[in-house]
Structure formats: structure tokens, C-alpha cells
Design a protein around this ligand. Structure first.
Ligand SMILES: N[C@@H](CCC(=O)N[C@@H](CS)C(=O)NCC(=O)O)C(=O)O
Length: 196
């Protein structure tokens, strides 16, 4: 398995997920900050938008961190890092897995760029509702589905990690405790060990 990765990006999520899954992988660094870079044909096939992370696993070529996390969980750890297809927690798992790209990231972007949310037109609510909904969802935890850590926690945990790094978390004790728990995981530490 090959992971296309760059430091200080969302591709840390994919390493975290691969480490949780315990599968072997190789890393290929993409120099995303160089606009003149020459991407390989394989990378462009896996990631048509030329963004990291991207994953190649045999004939499987794909990008998008949430999709990669779901792929790894279903393909290699079904029943542990993802509820099985017939598990009644599957729907809730998918909701939270998608919460990062569908709700957290758009609302973060609006807040950073001081864009007034258009609640009626846009599909992601507003930043404060996003934080409250996530805090309520995590509740007492320890993980978003309760006792079982899943790929949804990789996506949410990395998002809360970024929120805190960007000083955007505010007064959200449940999220501060949650991200502290995430940071204690050996797989999270392995993903951060590669950052420079
Ligand atoms: N929705 C994508 C976002 C990926 C993304 O934006 N990656 C950034 C780094 S964090 C990137 O590769 N930027 C380089 C570029 O756009 O050329 C995901 O979650 O994987």
C-alpha cells in the first residue's frame, strides 16, 4: 500500500488510520507547496484534484481522507475500526465519519475567512452549532460511538486537533478532553512523529 503524504496536512489522518489498522504501507512525499512540481501519473490518477492524502492499494486508487479512512476500516478492520454493514451503529458511524468534510471544514473555513454563514442555502449550519453538536455527540465518550474507537474518531479527532492548534476550540471541555484522549493513542503519536 502506498500513501501520498505531505507534512502539516490532512494526510496525517491517513497515517493515523493506517497505524490504527496495523497494515504495512510506504509513504511517498508530495511537494504540495511547490506549484511547479511534476506529479506522477499514479498520483494524478489517485487524486485528480492533486491533493493529499491519496492511497494506492493494488488496483485501488483513491483520495479524500474520509473515504480513505472508511476504505481502510472496511477492507482491513471491519467490525473493529468500523461497525459491520449490518451493525445498527453503522448509520451513526457514517454520519460522524462524514461530519468533518460536510460540516466541520466548511464552518471552519467560513469562520477563518470571516464569511457570514448562509444557513438557508448552505448545507453545514454555522460554526457554533457545529461545535455544540460535536460536543453533545461526544458526551462522556470516550469515543464518538461510546466504548468503541472507530475511523470516525480518526476524522473527528484530527479535526479537533486542528481546531485547537488554530485556537478555535473556545470553551468546549468535552472536546478538549476528547482530543487529549486521541493524542494518547500510539497510532496518533506515530502520525505526528513524521511532522517536521
Ligand atoms: N477534502 C480533502 C482535502 C485534501 C486537501 O485539501 N489537501 C491539501 C493539504 S491539507 C492539499 O493537498 N493541498 C495541495 C493543493 O491543493 O495543491 C481531504 O479531506 O482529503
Amino acid at each position: 500500500m502506498k500513501l501520498y503524504w505531505a507534512p502539516q496536512t490532512r494526510s496525517a489522518r491517513a497515517i493515523w488510520m493506517l497505524e490504527e489498522a496495523g497494515v504495512d504501507y510506504a509513504i511517498e512525499v508530495v511537494d504540495i507547496r511547490n506549484p511547479a512540481r511534476q506529479d506522477s501519473a499514479e498520483f494524478r490518477a489517485a487524486s485528480p484534484m492533486r491533493k493529499v492524502p491519496a492511497l494506492v492499494d493494488g488496483n485501488v486508487q483513491m483520495a479524500e481522507s474520509a473515504a480513505i479512512c472508511l476504505y481502510i476500516a472496511d477492507r482491513y478492520c471491519s467490525g473493529t475500526l468500523a461497525p459491520a454493514l449490518d451493525d445498527q451503529q453503522r448509520g451513526e458511524f457514517l454520519y460522524w465519519l462524514m461530519y468533518t468534510p460536510a460540516v466541520i471544514e466548511p464552518t471552519m473555513s467560513e469562520k477563518i475567512n470571516k464569511i457570514q454563514p448562509n444557513l438557508g442555502r448552505n448545507g453545514w449550519g454555522d460554526f457554533n452549532s457545529m461545535i455544540t453538536t460535536l460536543s453533545d455527540g461526544i458526551g462522556r465518550g470516550p469515543w464518538i460511538l461510546g466504548e468503541q474507537f472507530t475511523a470516525a474518531d480518526v476524522m473527528l479527532g484530527s479535526s479537533v486537533h486542528f481546531l485547537q492548534l488554530f485556537n478555535m476550540l473556545g470553551d468546549a471541555p468535552a472536546l478538549v478532553e476528547y482530543v487529549d484522549r486521541c493524542r494518547q493513542r500510539p497510532a496518533f503519536k506515530a502520525s505526528q512523529a513524521r511532522e517536521t
